[in-house]
Design a protein around this ligand. Structure first.
Ligand code: NAD
Length: 497
């Protein structure tokens, strides 16, 4: 049976390109391929970049008032029709519908933030820096910018970048994950409906070939990458070597520290929500609970009891947790349970035996809890990216801090305590980019910036917020002297555009 083919989106329309390479796109809850996606050739990418470069000429000079109107229209359409996008996400990623809606809402917040572009693009002005000499600064767009996104947030992660990039006057090539590419096509259609000129937002589907093409193309100014750490590092190094701006957000291994005085009920709820939401396929998921003596047993029992209530199944039904994204990924995640046993950890709950509310062929793995994980084990050291929560026990706060700070990643972390002084000390001591205090997934709001430390972020710019606008603009400083004042003629009305 011929499956429907997902085309690229270039110049405001679907684009087939010339490559005959295709990849299967699965419905993870059914365990079958339901579509195929085109994998671009370098030539296909070149065509898209040429279109984006042409569109930049007029988009970059369009007035801010007109740009805001288009962003606002996009926001209104998204708000009205986000359930359509959520269904697409669930059908290709597997996460439950409410979670898909949640990621769209977080992405929409960046669109709302980007609607404030006139404020964010204001320069500075110094009158009479020297006698009759003024100095002012401008922020100008880069040109054609590119975004390469991971499978786990097919709507939100691209929306960390493209609203700001477009608001700042750039044109965009988005290379979404080939595992769940349809969300980006829905978004492209929405932009068109919102009145975005053709060629400003383009989608090129593909794999390493198109990412390398973006990294090498002389007309691509920047790359905003989100994905696993080895690829993020590769993208950062290659992009930087080619003179591009790169922000490359990588993997994570997020610890949740629970002190003996914490509210254990809240901590256990939080560990379960943050460990198993979206089947653990979140870069801000909690994957390690660090229990400080003597609360280990009580905490593990509370987590175990609460996670027993999680209903695993098809995300379109009323379940809490869906399948994993592919069979290959599901098997890789499950393989860590064998490693845990070999390394002497205790499997408290084993997700391999789950009975899902869904098709038996789905890529199922239930919530898994592993206690007493040795910190020398790969289960502790590697990013698993699935519904596997590890517990490590420590004797003191200092031991916990040393452990967390010794890790390779630095994306998110949280402390659970009722001691304000301890929380304050933790916020200061911890070498992690996003920190929660009695909040397990401390994702910053759109008007702050998102990004981790160490191997969770290569480059010095985080996503959205003020840094987002800085990343997508070049600053220029002008020193000027005018000795012959003149005026612009009569105009009694309000300027409209
Ligand atoms: P991935 O690294 O496999 O893929 C990410 C992107 O890179 C995709 O678009 C993919 O097509 C492309 N790609 C894959 N192989 C490539 C190669 N050899 N060369 C160039 N490009 C290549 O990641 P994934 O499995 O899609 O997503 C999960 C990962 O993303 C996890 O590690 C997770 O922690 C990370 N992530 C990080 C953040 C963050 O903010 N730090 C957010 C979301 C996801």
């Amino acid at each position: 049976m011929n499956l429907p083919i997902i085309n690229h989106w270039v110049g405001g329309a679907e684009f087939e390109g010339t490559s005959d390479r295709l990849a299967d796109v699965f419905n993870p809850a059914l365990g079958v391929a339901t579509k195929q996606v085109r994998l671009a050739s370098t030539g296909d990418l070149d065509s898209a970049v040429a279109v984006a470069k042409k569109a930049f000429e007029s988009w970059s000079t369009m007035s801010m008032t007109k740009r805001v109107a288009i962003l606002f229209a996009f926001r209104e359409l998204l708000q009205a029709r986000k359930h359509e996008l959520a269904e697409i996400i669930t059908s290709e990623h597997g996460k439950v519908l409410s979670d898909a809606l949640g990621e769209i809402t977080r992405g929409q917040e960046v669109v709302e933030f980007a609607c404030g572009l006139p404020h964010m693009l204001k320069g500075e002005y110094s009158l009479n820096a020297s006698t009759n000499v003024d100095v002012y600064s401008l922020l100008q767009p880069l040109g054609v910018v590119s975004i390469v996104s991971p499978f786990n947030f097919p709507a939100m992660v691209p929306m960390w970048f493209f609203p700001v990039a477009i608001a700042a006057g750039n044109t965009v090539i988005l290379k979404p994950s080939e595992k769940d590419p349809s969300a980006s096509m829905w978004v492209a259609n929405l932009w068109k409906e919102a009145g975005l000129p053709d060629g400003v937002f383009n989608v090129v589907h593909g794999d390493k070939v198109s990412v390398d093409g973006l990294l090498e193309h002389p007309d691509v100014e920047s790359l905003s990458f989100v994905g696993s750490t080895p690829i993020a590092q590769y993208v950062y190094e290659k992009g930087a070597a080619n003179g591009k701006r790169v922000q490359a957000l990588g993997g994570a291994k997020n610890h949740m520290l629970v002190l003996p005085d914490a509210n254990l009920d809240l901590a256990a709820d939080s560990a379960v929500n943050a460990g198993f939401g979206s089947a653990g396929e979140r870069c801000m998921a909690i994957s390690v609970v660090v229990a400080v003596d003597p609360i280990g047993d009580d905490l593990v029992n509370a987590i175990s009891e609460k996670m027993s209530k999680i209903v695993v199944g098809d995300g379109t039904r009323s379940c809490d947790m869906g399948p994993l994204v592919t069979q290959v990924h599901r098997d890789k995640v499950a393989s860590y349970l064998d490693i845990a046993t070999q390394d002497g950890a205790t499997i408290v709950q084993d997700g391999r035996g789950v009975t899902p509310d869904g098709d038996e062929n789905g890529f199922w793995l239930g919530p898994t809890l592993i206690d007493n994980v040795p910190t020398t084990s790969k289960v502790y050291q590697e990013e698993i990216f699935g519904p596997v929560l590890s517990v490590v026990r420590v004797k003191t706060y200092d031991e916990a801090i040393a452990l967390i700070n010794s890790g390779a990643f630095g994306n998110g972390t949280a402390i659970f305590t009722n001691d304000g002084g301890a929380a304050r000390q933790f916020v200061t001591d911890i070498q992690v980019g996003m920190v929660g205090v009695n909040v397990p997934i401390p994702v910053p709001m759109a008007y702050f910036s998102f990004g981790g430390w160490k191997h969770s972020l290569f480059g010095d710019s985080r996503a959205h917020g003020e840094e987002g606008f800085r990343f997508f603009t070049r600053q220029k400083v002008v020193t000027s002297r005018w000795s012959d004042p003149s005026h612009g003629g009569l105009n009694l009305g309000f300027p409209q555009t």
